[in-house]
Design a protein around this ligand. Structure first.
Ligand SMILES: [Zn+2]
Length: 272
């Protein structure tokens, strides 16, 4: 019996969607195969989940899974200055029972003519900013990033027949980015339903889920911990040390640390 199951797994391995080999080790590939087979068994509806590898997107993946979706996680290799978050995204996808995880290349770096952000260009990441962090748009804003990412997610959703897209934006404890607001999500939902063949031919209606939108960072962390999210696998820092350790002083680190404190929980990451 065990032998028969093993043969089935091997046969399915040849036909199931596989993550790019260079991004994942063998154990992750096995995990996706098992997760994908689970989704076939249960006929869960598919959802596309934007996964950066940070705290918010890891929680969003857990929420989408708990809501009964087979999660097709996508991350972007977009020319960001460090790649630790992509490694984190792979870890989080595997641990979060994603049906698959794809890393999509999209060059928004200064060398490609984009840049203009501290995350993609030779611009210093602000440290220990004081005052209302949501009061101005900081230099860590990446031009139109969430619009670009959601557009790719929409294309992927239409290609695989999914009508649900999850994004971990939050408008409470955030950095003041205009593409993290409810108005933006509402506008993109309207766009999705007039711009796609699947929507205009009545095959379905696209929903952009932003389950963290109205949650504070502490509420997000409590929700994630209740769902079993392992935050030691995540990466939030905009300016990590050479080994990937978080700086503890950029906006992202400070929002994260304040969130754990307010949630009365311990951040499992070791700060530089
Ligand atoms: Zn940091």
């Amino acid at each position: 019996m065990l032998h028969a199951v093993g043969s089935t797994v091997n046969a399915l391995a040849a036909i199931l969607p596989q993550p790019p080999a260079q991004d994942l080790d063998r154990s992750h590939t096995t995990t996706y195969m098992r997760n994908y087979m689970d989704t076939l068994d249960t006929k869960m509806p598919a959802a596309v989940v934007l996964l950066s590898g940070g705290l918010d997107s890891a929680t969003t993946l857990a929420i989408a899974g708990a809501d009964g979706f087979a999660c097709h996680a996508i991350s972007f290799d977009y020319g960001q200055r460090h790649r630790f978050e992509l490694a984190a995204a792979s870890r989080v996808a595997a641990a979060g029972h994603a049906a698959e995880h794809r890393i999509i290349k999209l060059d928004l770096s200064a060398a490609a003519g984009f840049g203009r952000s501290a995350l993609t260009d030779e611009i210093a990441v602000p440290k220990d900013r004081t005052g209302d962090l949501a009061g101005e748009i900081p230099v860590t804003y990446v031009p139109a990033r969430n619009t670009i990412f959601l557009a790719v997610a929409l294309g992927y959703a239409e290609a695989i027949g999914a009508f649900d897209i999850f994004i971990g934006v939050t408008a409470v404890d955030y950095s003041g980015y205009p593409d993290c607001r409810g108005e933006f999500i509402d506008a993109f939902t309207r766009l999705a339903n007039l711009a796609t063949a699947a929507a205009v031919t009545g095959k379905g209606t696209y929903a952009i889920h932003a389950p963290l939108l109205k949650l504070s960072k502490a509420q997000i962390i409590r929700r994630g911990l209740a769902l079993g999210v392992d935050y030691s696998l995540t990466h939030s820092c905009y300016d990590p040390g050479p080994a990937g350790g978080p700086c503890g002083h950029c906006d992202s680190c400070r929002l994260r640390l304040a969130g754990f404190k307010a949630a009365d929980a311990q951040d499992p990451l070791l700060y530089e």
